[in-house]
Design a protein around this ligand. Sequence first.
Ligand code: ATR
Length: 287
Amino acid sequence: MKNLEMTLYATVLGEGISYSKSPLIHNYWLKKYNIEGRYVIVDIAPDKLDETIKRLKSDDQWRGTNVTIPYKQKIMDYLDEVDERAQMIGAVNTVYKKEGLLIGTNTDAYGFIENLKAKLDADQFDNAKQKPVLVLGAGGATYAVIYGLLKEGFKNLNITNRTYDKAKKCADHFMKLKSINVIDWDDKDHLDVGMIINTTSLGMINYPPLNIDLEKLDICSIVVDIVYNPLHTELLNQAKRLDMTIVTGIGMLLYQAQPAFNLFFGQYPELDLRVAGSEIERLVLGQ
Ligand code: ATR
């Protein structure tokens, strides 16, 4: 029998995260690449964070962790280094070990951009970069999306959020990279943009839909939703009816796992979502 105690492992750290899809993704790749390892959920209350991280750090078999709600910021207190992208995004979603030190990074911006590149053709992607973009939301995920867009060279970014001050704070945060226009939430369907990106929770299961009249957006041809449950939100269904190109959210989840898996297990997993309905996509969607 295999001695599990001697097997390399990585974790996802959070609270109330039994729903996490990350074990499905990482264990799929472990099997595919014949790596003797495992990936497990560590679901802990905040008062256990300190001892849990100390225990994991001192365990030679532990290769690192993904980090999710509610520890994406708090984890920084326990790390030896937080890289530049995680600092700019203001959150750590991946921690790995380097020469015994704990390094925090963030792979969400990479996941967002790779998904966009997979779902748009090269011309569409380059065109989108030249036109105004509207980002809806100003939560944790928004920072990763905006960081990704700015690093990729998108020229004209606009942000809107139900709570205006949070949109303003987000724009101010990125001011040193580029100026971002802040739009009033009530004006979100009055702006001529080539692409809109929903980073709010609206449209997610148990949330109301995002109410926006896409027909009013004359030059808008691409609609992106980072919500993946359901995969086709009402926003994306509306866009489809208007013959716009849609980008679903599941790819961001899959692509953000790709560099994390490499950092944990030393193998860059192959992932190509240009063709919808890949085996891993179906697995994560439970189909
Ligand atoms: P995450 O870290 O996943 O981005 P979050 O930080 O809680 O989650 O952010 C949720 C986003 O969805 C916010 O932009 C939030 O708007 P507010 O900043 O005004 O709260 C947005 N959101 C959630 N419910 C909403 C609703 N009913 N109407 C409009 N926006 C909503």
